[in-house]
Design a protein around this ligand. Structure first.
Ligand code: ZN
Length: 280
């Protein structure tokens, strides 16, 4: 089956709950730019639809998301898309930091921040791998319901890079464990994530959908404006705890690392590939 731009994300509605599903199961839902913009379309649609109160973000197949696409046939880093997260120039046709900073500001950090501000509650429904760029998608949702087979990891320190672009680690798992999580690159299971406060609940894999939609349905009974203001209140509190400013400063370190890799080696990922990053 060939992959088309239109089917990398699907959109459905169950009652007052919109279901946005990443749909590249063959590639463990690796996120390319086509998927980023399809997700953005889906979230925009859910935000605008008065019949939608809550949004569930899901991943088709065995895994939620294995991260950013660094090696599938659909990798599209050199493709232009209509920029939506900011007014920075298009990355295509530029070189070095001028290209890389523009692209990651738009496609990664900017888009995740944009989705975090969606004025309706969002629930990530996570099974299997939730790794590196996959963490960003789960973390920018308000709630995370994890299956008991879910696992989480950010191994990008292997690339010499201090964590993924949406650097929420110290705020979602505490600074002490964030260091261990990043220093080792090790996977943590759903129960550990629950103990750290990084996910809301852990349920058996077979019950993941039922439990997630039951929770989303309960939230959907609340008044729309009340939910939107409550979400904004907690997001503002998180930002007052330094998350937004912290992410901005770490984004600079992240790009220093990419630039270092490109300067001393051949590429900004320190020669790592999807295959090498999977090794323990
Ligand atoms: Zn990066």
């Amino acid at each position: 089956m060939t992959e088309t731009e239109s089917d990398v994300v699907t959109y459905d509605q169950r009652g007052e709950v919109a279901v946005v599903t990443m749909n590249r199961p063959r590639y463990r839902n690796a996120q390319n730019s086509a998927m980023t913009y399809a997700l953005d379309d889906a979230f925009y649609r859910a935000a605008a639809d008065d019949g939608v109160k809550v949004v569930v973000l899901a991943g088709a197949g065995e895994h939620f998301s294995a991260g950013h696409d660094i090696g599938t046939p659909g990798r599209d880093v050199d493709t232009s898309f209509e920029r939506r997260a900011g007014l920075w120039w298009d990355h295509v046709g530029k070189q070095g930091v001028e290209s890389r900073y523009a692209r990651e500001s738009e496609v990664y950090l900017g888009m995740c921040r944009r989705w975090r501000e969606l004025p309706k509650p969002t629930v990530a429904m996570v099974q299997g791998a939730c790794v590196a760029g996959g963490l960003m998608l789960a973390w920018c949702c308000d709630l995370i319901v994890a299956a008991d087979d879910a696992f989480f990891a950010d191994p990008v320190v292997r690339m010499g890079i201090p964590g993924v672009e949406y650097f929420a680690h110290p705020w979602v798992m505490g600074p002490r464990f964030a260091k261990e999580f990043l220093f080792t690159g090790d996977r943590i299971g759903a129960e550990r994530a629950l103990a750290l406060g990084m996910v809301n609940r852990v349920v058996p894999r077979a019950a993941l959908e039922d439990e997630t939609f039951a929770l989303a349905g309960r939230i959907a009974k609340m008044p729309r404006l009340g939910l939107a203001l409550t979400k904004k209140a907690v997001n503002q509190a998180e930002d007052l705890m330094g998350m937004r400013a912290g992410m901005d400063s770490v984004f600079g370190l992240h790009h220093a690392a990419h630039a270092h890799n490109a300067e001393v080696g051949g590429d900004s990922l320190a020669g790592q590939t999807a295959r090498s990053m999977k090794q323990d």
